[in-house]
Design a protein around this ligand. Sequence first.
Ligand SMILES: Nc1ncnc2c1ncn2[C@@H]1O[C@H](COP(=O)(O)OP(=O)(O)OP(=O)(O)O)[C@@H](O)[C@H]1O
Ligand SMILES: [Mg+2]
Length: 335
Amino acid sequence: MNDTILQVNNLEVSFFTHVGEVRAVRDVTFSVEKGEILGIVGESGSGKSTVLLAIMSLLQHPGKIKAGEILFENEDLAKKSNREMQHIRGRKISMIFQDPMSSLNPVFTVGNQIAETIITHEHVSRSEANKRVLELLELVRIPSAKTRINSYPHEFSGGMRQRAMIALALACSPQMLLADEPTTALDVTIQAQMMDLLRDIRKETNTTIILVTHDLGVVSEMCDRVQVMYGGRLMEEAACRDIFDKPGHPYTKGLLRSIPNVKKGSRERLKPIDGSPPDLITPFDGCPFAFRCPHTMNLCMDSCSREWEIGEMHRCACHLCNPEVKALLDERGNE
Ligand SMILES: Nc1ncnc2c1ncn2[C@@H]1O[C@H](COP(=O)(O)OP(=O)(O)OP(=O)(O)O)[C@@H](O)[C@H]1O
Ligand SMILES: [Mg+2]
């Protein structure tokens, strides 16, 4: 039986800019099971990072959670104060970013930074913390960890820095790791090593991972489940294999079509589908993909579909998946 670690309900996040409200995340509901790797894909601007930042309470001004719940261990993170979140960040949920230098401080040795984090959060002695640092550097496969512990971040290569950042994120054994495109800045070989590392970490520590990526190759190799976002909404959600074998949403189908060779081992970035991304400022209740979808109906301009169950643990927010609409279209087709 699965065990839910995170349950996000009807999350709404907006950026209140001087030109208007940017509705970056709209009515997003999903859950994450303990120990799984959940992928979030979607083209640029679809709201992927905003979802992760909302979970961490790290949204920058003018971003705000407008509505919804973020339930972690039965507590709503959306209602926590900054102070309360400081106890959760790093200790229970950690986040790794594309740029390791955003987490690493250039003036301290890598070992020192990780040790400080452990001491601050866990109140252990320096020697205990140092022992743990060594274990962590070994966990993230930093060679000659015993000497590298005294290196400064600038003495590390890009890939090693990324490993150090992951070690820092894991310093206090969080239950959940949020990874926002952690490898896009790295070259392909190092990207692959980093993904292997994340997979090994999951295996060795049973850490739950949410992985945001543009890369469907990474998704197919890494993830147990995947969610497809577009225009701030969740379009489809399924077991990884089902997204590739039985995509339900025209947007997902478009994504897969735009990469003819999605197969294990291939690594390609998503190519945008024809048309422009949706305008998130002008109020629109329809499906954000309606302007680019080859199957748009009047219905799609009026409302965004609810999520329909189209298979086991497979949900799709498209009116075409509504059995009544399907029956009507079939009837018309037969006329
Ligand atoms: N600080 C901000 N002010 C105004 N709008 C913002 C801000 N940050 C994000 N947005 C908007 O919110 C929407 C979602 O952005 P987000 O960064 O979550 O997308 P993303 O899916 O992570 O994209 P990418 O793949 O490029 O990282 C976009 O339309 C973006 O322009
Ligand atoms: Mg992003």
